[in-house]
Write a protein that binds this ligand. Structure first.
Ligand SMILES: Cc1cc2nc3c(=O)[nH]c(=O)nc-3n(C[C@H](O)[C@H](O)[C@H](O)COP(=O)(O)OP(=O)(O)OC[C@H]3O[C@@H](n4cnc5c(N)ncnc54)[C@H](O)[C@@H]3O)c2cc1C
Ligand code: FES
Ligand code: FES
Length: 479
């Protein structure tokens, strides 16, 4: 079934928007059309969390509650989901939600501009976890900034929720919400509005047909990069194809040789899945944007942007990942090494899309990754490094090292790798390998870091890697 109307569940009813503007931003719709002004606009770029709302998505007959940044979400992507705003947390009888009560009891608000966003992030954590640890509290609010209350009262409020009864009016209405979500969950969307086109196919076959006729469309996954064209550059996107309603592209599988990740899988799912195989991949993902970002952003989007500071890229290069590209007729599988051309340029052609990403499983190797940024959470890397080495009896048997933030695109340290391969790990060889990085990279200076800082950090991270494996422990202030 195809429709030009968007259906979503709001306040336990189905809401319909007829033929919306495909470039309309959800926060704008909430504040100006729904006339709910609890959600605030602080930055329009996903950086402050003031606009945080929660989406309920149907998964395995359950509702998955996800905090998102409504300031960088295109309105039509609401199709088939439940929208929960800070105004909806209060019960019909007028009593505050346990999360709101906790914020009041622990004085978690002063000027209040950030408060609705914090409440919604904590609400999402409250609904997602039956139990939560202190680090999960901090992680859940990593995408919310407060400049006057400070974080301690908010953290105390969250801790007080640990032993609270999780039954709230959303639990009470869960069955009927699921029924409503099921009713609206089964249609593809095609919108033509004032010269702008928007497609949300549900199957790969449908996607290919749309791509054939609309080769100049922008593919939209989490939108955490693409939406900024509208919110920051203030340009229109004339034709959008939304990938995340194609369930065939949302999966993580493992065939014992490699982990296979469908293009639409949100990073938050990869974060927990990959922990068992590559704990440092999870460590980097936990510092990737915020939960609001990772709830929607995808590895495919990260790869396709080919940004020099895309955090997945050095990790995937070090792990020798492959990217599966699908065209209208053919499928091409490329090593990621061969996918990037130059600054924000890839081999992806018009009419092609990223279908999936394959990460090999190295059983005998040591894989480590490090991110250095000005701020620990919710910040872009100055330098990101990934090391994947097999060392037997102190001799390097195989080596792949890649860095982000050191060149126009994430890149392997080929000279450094050559020097290390088949060498015994000694202080002298580590010294020479550090020196070789000067041959591999000529970084630039920008607002994040100077070129001198970048090259020094890159060398130090290499030394840290060897020191950590020698001492069999983590070294550093965050260890
Ligand atoms: C507040 C904030 C914090 C961020 N923090 C980080 C960070 O810490 N580290 C980091 O690396 N990045 C960060 N980013 C950047 C961004 O989140 C990532 O690049 C993200 O992975 C993009 O994925 P997406 O699914 O949102 O892509 P989208 O924005 O949907 O798309 C990005 C690009 O990829 C293309 N694309 C999307 N899906 C496909 C597909 N299946 N096939 C082909 N092309 C496709 C789109 O056409 C577009 O050109 C941040 C962004 C924001 C707003
Ligand atoms: S307004 Fe700052 S994250 Fe949305
Ligand atoms: S209460 Fe003022 S910014 Fe947080």
């Amino acid at each position: 079934m195809t429709s030009s109307n968007i259906d979503f569940v709001y306040q336990n009813q189905i809401f319909k928007i007829k033929n919306p503007d495909s470039n309309e931003i959800l926060l704008n719709y909430i504040r100006t059309k729904l006339k709910k002004i609890g959600s605030k606009n602080g930055c329009s770029e996903g950086g402050c969390g003031a606009c945080t709302v929660v989406l309920g998505e149907l998964k395995n007959n359950e509702i998955n509650y996800k905090a998102i940044n409504s300031c960088i979400t295109f309105l039509p992507t609401l199709q088939g989901k439940q929208l929960i705003l800070v105004e909806d947390l209060i019960s019909k009888e007028g009593s505050l939600h346990p999360v709101q009560k906790a914020m009041v009891n622990y004085h978690g608000s002063q000027c209040g501009i950030c408060t609705p966003g914090f409440v919604m992030s904590l609400f999402s954590m409250f609904k997602r976890n039956s139990k939560f640890k202190d680090n999960e509290i901090k992680d859940s609010i990593a995408g919310n900034l407060c400049r006057c209350t400070g974080y301690q009262p908010i953290i105390k409020a969250a801790k007080s929720l640990k032993n609270k009864n999780k039954f709230d009016h959303f639990s009470k209405n869960k069955k009927s919400t699921i029924n409503l979500l099921k009713k609206i969950n089964n249609k593809s969307i095609v919108i033509y509005n004032e010269g702008k086109k928007y497609f949300a196919p549900r199957y790969i076959l449908e996607l290919k047909k749309i791509l054939k006729k609309n080769t100049n469309s922008e593919l939209l996954s989490g939108g955490t990069d693409l939406s900024l064209i509208v919110t920051k550059e203030r340009k229109d996107i004339n034709s959008i194809i939304y990938m995340n309603s194609i369930s065939e592209l949302s999966y993580i599988k493992n065939n014992k040789k490699y982990i296979d990740i469908g293009a639409s899988t949100p990073l938050i799912e990869l974060e927990s899945y990959i922990q068992k195989y590559y704990p440092d991949f999870t460590k980097i993902l936990k510092r990737y944007g915020s939960p609001q970002i990772r709830n929607v952003a995808t590895v495919a989007g990260n790869i396709a942007t080919a940004s020099p500071i895309g955090d997945c890229l050095p990790l995937l290069l070090a792990l020798n990942a492959k990217v599966v590209l699908q065209g209208l007729k053919k499928t091409k599988i490329l090593f990621l090494d061969d996918f990037f051309i130059s600054y924000r340029k890839t081999k992806l052609k018009k009419g092609q899309f990223i279908h999936s990403i394959r990460i090999p499983l190295f059983r005998n190797n040591t894989f480590k990754a490090y991110k250095v940024s000005k701020r620990f959470d919710d910040d872009i890397s100055s330098v990101c490094a990934a090391f994947n080495l097999e060392i037997v009896k102190n001799k390097v048997q195989s080596v792949r090292i890649a860095y982000g933030g050191m060149a126009a695109v994430a890149k392997r340290a080929i000279y450094c790798e050559k020097l290390l391969l088949n060498s015994l790990v000694t202080d002298e060889i580590i010294h020479k390998a550090k020196k070789a990085l000067e041959k591999d990279f000529q970084p630039i200076s920008d607002m994040r870091a100077s070129k001198l800082y970048r090259i020094e950090v890159a060398k130090n991270l290499l030394e840290k890697f060897f020191a950590e494996i020698k001492q069999k422990k983590l070294i550093g202030i965050y260890a």
